[in-house]
Design a protein around this ligand. Structure first.
Ligand code: ZN
Length: 242
């Protein structure tokens, strides 16, 4: 179970053990670090909170350490780093705000001159910035998707029950033919919007044709003449490096 203590994501594992252990771990799915506490079944949440407070220094060090797994992501939050949105690259400028560490105090401003001003609370740490940015990408992707989904559902006469965004590592989208739920990769918000539109139509096509046979490509080309080119271009991007 994940809870938030002191602004950290904390997973508590209770076992029949004597001591309490704290580890800073890396979540492969979300690319965030979190705290894992292993402790005795009868330890109260207050004691866990106290333990975390007392370990603050070590935790901060672990959160800010750049071991290989986090290197690319941590790099995202240094001045001068590039952050992508809809195919454009922005140069990050971190602005620390002297305010409490709360989500509503984060703000992203994408400037005409290619600068991204990222306002973050002064005591916040990397994984919180990352969480906010990921949340922003998902909201942004949903905003752009809305009219596109209406457009393609109207044109094709096909209808999905739901559209969801997730950060996925190995695919740009998926369609559950049975439940008619479509999942799209939130990383698409980093690329030119044509790719989101392509993946959307691709998954809508699967509502009709579950495989990638001739019927599928016939359907695609009927609506998007250059679908093969777009698909090839899209797959030149390594999801891992986005
Ligand atoms: Zn497919």
């Amino acid at each position: 179970m994940k809870t938030i203590i002191n602004n950290y994501d904390v997973v508590i594992i209770r076992k029949n053990i004597k001591n309490m252990y704290l580890r800073v771990k890396f979540d492969e799915e979300t690319h965030n670090k979190y705290i894992q506490i292993t402790c005795n079944n009868r330890i109260s949440n207050a004691s866990i909170e106290d333990f975390i407070k007392r370990s603050q220094k070590q935790i901060d060090r672990a959160f800010n350490r750049e071991d290989t797994k986090q290197a690319t992501k941590i790099d995202l939050f240094r001045d001068g780093q590039k952050i992508r949105l809809w195919g454009k690259s922005y140069t990050l400028s971190l602005r620390w705000k002297q305010i409490p560490n709360m989500y509503k105090n984060y703000k992203l401003e994408f400037k005409e001159n290619g600068t991204l001003e990222f306002f973050v609370p002064v005591r916040s740490v990397f994984n919180q910035h990352n969480k906010f940015l990921n949340k922003f990408y998902i909201e942004e992707a949903k905003r752009i998707l809305k009219p596109l989904a209406v457009k393609w559902e109207t044109r094709t006469g096909l209808h999905a029950n739901s559209y969801n965004f997730r950060f996925m590592k190995s695919r740009w989208g998926s369609c559950n033919h049975k439940t008619k739920n479509i999942t799209l990769n939130a990383h698409l918000a980093k690329l030119d919007p044509i790719f989101l539109e392509y993946v959307l139509l691709h998954e809508i096509a699967h509502l009709k044709v579950p495989n990638h046979g001739p019927a599928f490509h016939g359907f695609m080309q009927n609506y998007m003449i250059d679908e093969k080119q777009i698909s090839r271009q899209l797959n030149k991007n390594s999801i891992e490096l986005l």
